[in-house]
Design a protein around this ligand. Structure first.
Ligand SMILES: NC(=O)c1ccc[n+]([C@@H]2O[C@H](COP(=O)([O-])OP(=O)(O)OC[C@H]3O[C@@H](n4cnc5c(N)ncnc54)[C@H](O)[C@@H]3O)[C@@H](O)[C@H]2O)c1
Length: 300
């Protein structure tokens, strides 16, 4: 408040909900999202909830129905969807520049920050899942995860996820809180071109490689030939727009126009459903994903 003296403060969430503000942003631990969002919608506020929307898809669906009933907007804070490199790759995929997407591999690793109420999948893989759903416009039909709780007994701090989409595209996601180096690297392999997206690269976050392998139909029995294409690498210009600012601008734009947000409540629930999908086939440890559970969902 000292930094932003013009801001109005409230002594409690209840007091805030009784005020005449139009919208509420919920950026609290994941296990609290559902209760706080529900109370805000019940108080006729538009709601922005940080990712992931809720700790279970059923609660997320309930929030969507409540928002519809109240005529209010439910927005999920999947910030990467508003980041220029992610938008650029979406353009490259949708325009057919890459050809057919064959597979996508993603790594998001660093040292910490350990979260109190979720494991590394519900903390970090959420970003990659949201990016995949945005790029591909489809939800996976199969998924699994394999991981280990190395430091704390009940929470995986390293995990590997595998997803398969209806189009046949397969994806892997590696996430870790236990890695000496910070890495944010994604490879999108297409039948015509391949993209490497390195979010840690200060200059060239997106590199498009005109490279690939083609199978040449054998003309004679016993002939087998592959042709390797080693073309140029191109790093397209990516604007320097701040994703969080873009996200908030989109939130306000949707409030003013009634447009459905890119990261709507529905999009947020789809991400949670993928988290649940990979949790159902969790290999490596049997513990529940939450150290704490919702204590009070009787309000509102
Ligand atoms: N979109 C992104 O890139 C991004 C990045 C980081 C975190 N997040 C999300 O933001 C949320 C918060 O993460 P964080 O790392 O800032 O957590 P944090 O634990 O550092 O901060 C959470 C804040 O919520 C407050 N809080 C806790 N329970 C509350 C309650 N019942 N009512 C009101 N306030 C309460 C705490 O006092 C604290 O100030 C999480 O959902 C996380 O997934 C999103």
């Amino acid at each position: 408040m000292r930094q932003y003296p013009s801001l109005k403060g409230f002594a409690s969430f209840d007091e805030l909900l009784m005020s005449d503000i139009d919208a509420v942003v919920i950026a609290t631990p994941i296990s609290t999202h559902y209760n706080l969002a529900k109370q805000a919608l019940m108080s006729d506020k538009h709601v922005f909830v940080e990712k992931p929307l809720a700790h279970a898809s059923g609660y997320g669906r309930e929030l969507i129905h409540l928002a519809e009933r109240k005529g209010k907007m439910l927005f999920t804070g999947h910030t990467f969807i508003y980041s220029p490199p992610v938008i650029k790759i979406k353009e490259l995929i949708d325009s057919g520049h890459l050809g057919d997407v064959l597979y996508i591999s993603m790594s998001r690793v660093n040292l910490g920050l350990y979260q109190k109420d979720v494991d590394v999948v519900w903390d970090l893989a959420v970003h990659d899942i949201s990016i995949l759903l945005y790029w591909l416009g489809e939800v996976p039909v199969r998924g699994a995860s394999f991981g280990r709780a190395c430091v704390q007994q009940d929470k995986r701090d390293v995990a590997f996820l595998w997803l398969e989409f209806p189009s046949g595209i397969v994806a892997s996601i590696e996430v870790s809180w236990l890695s000496p180096q910070k890495m944010r690297r994604t490879c999108v392999a297409g039948s015509n071109r391949m993209v490497v997206y390195d979010d840690m690269d200060p200059g060239e976050k997106v590199r498009v490689y005109d490279r690939g392998v083609a199978f040449i139909q054998p003309q004679t029995f016993g002939e087998f030939q592959l042709s390797y294409r080693m073309g140029d690498m191109n790093a397209p210009y990516i604007g320097s727009a701040e994703p969080l600012l873009k996200e908030i601008e989109h939130f306000i734009h949707c409030l003013e126009t009634g447009e459905v947000p890119i990261t709507s409540g529905e999009f947020g629930v789809q991400v949670v459903e993928v988290l649940e999908l990979v949790d159902r086939t969790k290999i490596g440890m049997p513990q529940p994903k939450y150290a704490s559970v919702i204590e009070d969902d009787s309000r509102g």
